[in-house]
Design a binder for this molecule. Structure first.
Ligand SMILES: Cc1cc2nc3c(=O)[nH]c(=O)nc-3n(C[C@H](O)[C@H](O)[C@H](O)COP(=O)(O)OP(=O)(O)OC[C@H]3O[C@@H](n4cnc5c(N)ncnc54)[C@H](O)[C@@H]3O)c2cc1C
Length: 380
């Protein structure tokens, strides 16, 4: 006996949850399948929880603006809190990046979001830093943080109230299309669905392979370090030293900080990489010498997987040439903020034939086949 749905969503992270909610809202019968014992346990639980409109590509600015608006009004959307706190994002811009950051501000203003350039003096009143080599800072007053776990559960609870069914500990092992429907063999039996959404995060490439498809999404491990209590931490915005990629923000009375390792090889490599702490701190202390006063809390630090595509941007929409298969994966370090827009776009793509309230054209798979990779400069 197989279980049958209109749409099977693979993945119960924040992306799959948003997609499931928007599909169920349209009256479609939705089954969410996830290998893990509980929702929001993978990248969604490991993120730095940042949301920001400060991107350089219009599509990413719009996706984030949509997400911030939805999370701001989350009580009205799903009847739960999203934990949105507009603590702001501050980018410290080196001289050599000044022109690119001015151009990005122009893009953001054209989209209609709030972002501005700050003098270094002004920025240093918000976060103390060494201004050597910097031109100015950019500030997004509506940028901030959310609670990805509560958002995921909020979407899933709302989806379930509209008839969606959540199947945990249900790993998709193999998939194939027969007789006008997808047949999914899982660790908990067979499921059939007219459409499948691949929202399997860092595993999306592997899930595609199990369906005989190719999706260029690979896992890369990323670290987030946490300090012990330090008075400077409270209320600090998410601050990015663009020159080194080092970022920090306040997490109540502690600091959370990190930096992507450009030499991290792809793959599912488990555990903390403590050897990356020194290069991270070296970059951080150069810009924020007061960090020296913060002690590291090793046991509270964590790691997770970015899902990375060739241009570090998501792949959204129908799989070219494949009936009933939809991609919603490859969000690199910005899937929390892009989940809400993705839910809307993928539901439209399935129910209406094409995403229409958000233009996802630049994020379609076809860009890689046609040499149109996105040139987003604000990948953190
Ligand atoms: C360290 C770190 C910091 C980050 N910081 C931010 C940030 O500040 N802001 C931001 O917007 N984003 C951030 N991100 C990125 C963000 O966390 C992700 O883009 C987002 O959570 C992706 O959600 P998802 O639902 O696609 O994936 P996930 O949450 O990983 O969910 C995927 C799900 O698919 C399931 N799955 C996998 N394979 C199968 C299978 N075969 N069958 C069934 N189920 C399967 C998994 O069990 C998992 O539950 C960060 C990520 C990391 C790792």
């Amino acid at each position: 006996m197989s279980q049958t749905y209109d749409v099977a969503v693979i993945g119960a992270g924040i992306v799959g949850a948003a997609v499931a909610f928007r599909l169920a809202e349209r009256g479609l019968r939705v089954g969410v399948l996830d290998a893990a014992p509980a929702p929001a346990t993978e990248a969604t639980a490991k993120s730095a929880a940042g949301v920001r409109v400060q991107f350089s590509e219009p599509v990413n600015v719009r996706m984030s603006a949509y997400g911030i608006e939805e999370y701001r009004n989350f009580e009205e959307v799903v009847g739960a809190a999203a934990g949105y706190q507009p603590i702001g994002y501050l980018f410290l811009v080196p001289e050599e990046e000044a022109a690119a950051y001015r151009e990005a501000l122009r893009v953001q203003w054209e989209v209609g979001v709030r972002a501005e350039a700050l003098t270094l003096e002004h920025a240093r009143e918000i976060v103390p830093f060494d201004p050597t080599g910097l031109a100015f800072a950019t500030w997004g007053p509506d940028d901030g943080i959310v609670d990805p776990h509560r958002i995921t559960l909020g979407y899933l609870d709302a989806a379930r109230r509209k008839g969606a069914v959540l199947h945990m500990e249900t790993e998709v092992l193999q998939a194939g299309r027969t007789g006008g429907a997808w047949r999914l063999e899982t660790s908990r039996g067979v499921f059939e669905a007219g459409a499948v959404v691949n929202a399997a995060g860092a595993w999306a490439g592997e899930v595609a392979r199990r369906a005989g498809l190719e999706l260029p999404v690979v896992p890369y491990r990323r670290m987030v370090y946490l300090t012990g209590p330090i008075p400077e931490a409270r209320g600090l915005p998410l601050t990015v030293d663009v020159a080194t990629g080092f970022y920090l923000r306040g997490e109540h009375e502690r600091l959370l900080f990190g930096r992507s390792n450009p030499d991290e090889p792809p793959g599912f490599r488990e555990g903390m990489d403590w050897s990356w702490l020194e290069p991270t701190l070296e970059a951080g202390l150069g810009r924020f010498p007061w960090l020296e006063r913060a002690g590291l809390d090793q046991r509270a630090s964590w790691w997770g997987y970015y899902a990375i595509t060739p241009d570090h941007n998501a792949i959204l929409g129908r799989m070219p040439g494949v009936e009933g298969w939809y991609n919603a994966a490859g969000f690199s370090g910005h899937g929390v903020q892009h989940a809400a827009a993705t839910g809307r776009a993928i539901a439209e793509e399935i129910a209406d034939g094409r995403a229409h309230s958000i233009d996802i054209e630049p994020l379609r798979y076809e860009r890689f086949l046609e040499g149109r990779a996105l040139r987003e400069q604000r990948i953190v």
